[in-house]
Design a protein around this ligand. Sequence first.
Ligand SMILES: Nc1ncnc2c1ncn2[C@@H]1O[C@H](COP(=O)(O)OP(=O)(O)O)[C@@H](O)[C@H]1O
Ligand SMILES: [Mg+2]
Length: 256
Amino acid sequence: MTELVRMENISKSFGKVQAVQNVTLTVNENEIVGLLGDNGAGKSTLIKILSGALTATSGQIYFKGQPARIQNTWDAIDLGIETIYQDSALVPQLSITRNLFLGREPVSKNSLLPNRLDKRRMEDEARKLLKEVGISKNIDPNTPITSLSGGERQAIAIARAMFFESDLIILDEPTNNLGVEETQGVLRFVKNARDKGASCIFIAHNIYHVFQVVDRMVILRRGKKVCDVRPSETNIEEVEKVITGILETLPQSAPL
Ligand SMILES: Nc1ncnc2c1ncn2[C@@H]1O[C@H](COP(=O)(O)OP(=O)(O)O)[C@@H](O)[C@H]1O
Ligand SMILES: [Mg+2]
């Protein structure tokens, strides 16, 4: 097992609110880690520190064994960390193609038209990607995001992460507000990403979804890490008890 990322002793406060307190979170290569906890437990804050949307008050991040300085989202993307938020960072007015390449558009090699967007290449790639994530059914890559369903939008965001071959894909409640089919789609994408060698941090309210896909679960309670356990070592009832604090932790939890 090779460690891909290590967030070590991470703390983050907003004024008097200690959102994350001394949390150490590791993700191995080819591993899906579920991050669980009640509303306000600090899940989003923790992953925003990894995706560069927030900077930690203290602590250190290591990526592939090297200390990493992640001060903005581009630093994270450069390292190979892609984040898919609940309402993913897509621009609704723009087409599928433009969204897939947002900020990383290939430019034309044609010397007569230097630095022009390579639209042909973008569209060809977009078509391939749509097929890969299972929404090829005659969707024109020029379709604006506004006319897609929630699940299709998630698929676009995931396709983007896949195209850029991110090593770590972070999904913060990607299945909220999705229908059954769409949710299964997202869960399938997560498994696919792992099959392709990527790692994921998966945040979801629905513990049944988490149990279906993750290799390991980390539970936060009021900003602190309280449990680190594999689904095969526990069950949904126990995990719920730890989330709510009825149980402090689980005997089978790995060292915190
Ligand atoms: N930008 C912010 N400013 C002030 N407090 C915040 C901010 N973001 C989050 N918090 C607080 O930090 C705590 C953890 O929030 P969050 O990380 O969003 O939790 P979760 O994602 O687990 O629901 C909460 O008490 C929340 O109110
Ligand atoms: Mg959150």
